[in-house]
Design a binder for this molecule. Structure first.
Ligand code: PPS
Length: 288
């Protein structure tokens, strides 16, 4: 069984999966952000794919063609993955892009551009549970061990992309003003049409209520789970083993309650609170 160190590369203090990433990210450091780019930013398992699909449909005015014919990662590619460069080059402006990187690792052209950011936040306990299952299915990641062990790794940042709290802090403190929209996974669960409306207003597309409803219908968990272009089922089994877990697993808020013991919940909450002590922002939901 391969160790975390074998399966990851370190980039400026952040562990990245060796699959897809390299220590040399010169192409990323030289990435040229354009003023009308729209960047989806997430800590992994926070709702990246969901937002990629919402943004695709919003920018296309509800036209389903790209959504049904091109995989999500080609339509809204990750800027820090070298194999995605060819997909980025094919995008028309405004370019929908994705990143899992913290703000402090963004290339200099990002800060000087006016590129917009959609930051999707998810309750870290649900992020952890989703990630736990993902570690079982993703052949290129370390075996997560027991939930106790995985909680410890997650809190120490001994997971891909490092600590959840560092990621959130970096983007919350970035002073991007109205260039950044914070939206939560939980608010999209509660009222997806309202979430779609927020996104469409933010990117300057004032869609009709009919189109907003169409986008929401197509971005429901069930619809995305059935869409081969969203559900990662086209990825070979050597990379993602769907026999272990589906990528579109449960799609709910609060699944942590089915997994955490009261001791794990107390330990997790107090560790996250401690990490966020003294920060000027508050989280949009209670950690309890
Ligand atoms: S990744 O690997 O970082 O790109 O994963 P990411 O897409 O960020 O997160 C995967 C989780 O998002 C859930 N998901 C959804 N939930 C509700 N509705 C929709 N439409 C939807 N699409 C994706 C997906 O099921 C993963 O969460 P869990 O809790 O594991 O089900």
């Amino acid at each position: 069984m391969s160790s975390f160190e074998d399966l990851c590369v370190q980039y400026r203090g952040i562990p990245l999966p060796r699959e897809g990433y390299s220590e040399d990210l010169k192409f990323f450091e030289e990435f040229n952000f354009k003023d009308d780019d729209i960047l989806i930013v997430t800590y992994p398992k926070s709702g990246t794919t969901w937002m990629q699909e919402v943004l695709t449909l919003v920018l296309n005015g509800g036209d389903l063609t790209p959504f049904q014919t091109i995989p999500s990662w080609q339509r809204v590619p990750w800027v820090e993955i070298k194999s995605m460069v060819e997909h980025v080059e094919q995008l028309k402006s405004p370019r929908p892009l994705s990143t899992h990187f913290p703000c402090n690792l963004m290339p200099s052209s990002f800060l000087t551009s006016k590129a917009k950011v959609i930051y999707v936040l998810r309750n870290p306990k649900d992020v952890l549970v989703s990630s736990y299952y993902f570690h079982h299915m993703a052949v290129f990641l370390e075996d997560p061990g027991t939930l106790d062990e995985f909680i410890e790794k997650f809190l120490k940042g001994r997971v891909i992309f490092g600590k959840w709290t560092d990621h959130v802090k970096s983007w919350k403190c970035a002073e991007l003003g109205d260039r950044i929209l914070f939206i939560t996974y939980e608010e999209m669960i509660q009222d997806l049409p309202a979430g779609v409306r927020r996104v469409s207003n933010f990117v300057g597309r004032n869609l009709s209520e009919e189109v907003i409803q169409k986008v929401a219908d197509n971005c429901s968990f069930k619809s995305m789970k059935d869409n081969k272009m969203s559900n990662y089922s086209t990825v070979p089994k050597e990379t993602l083993d769907f026999d272990k877990s589906p990528f579109m697993r449960k799609g709910i808020a609060g699944d942590w309650k089915n997994h955490f013991t009261s001791e794990q919940q107390a330990l997790f909450t107090s560790a996250i609170r401690k990490e966020l002590e003294g920060e000027s922002f508050t989280l949009p939901w209670s950690l309890d």
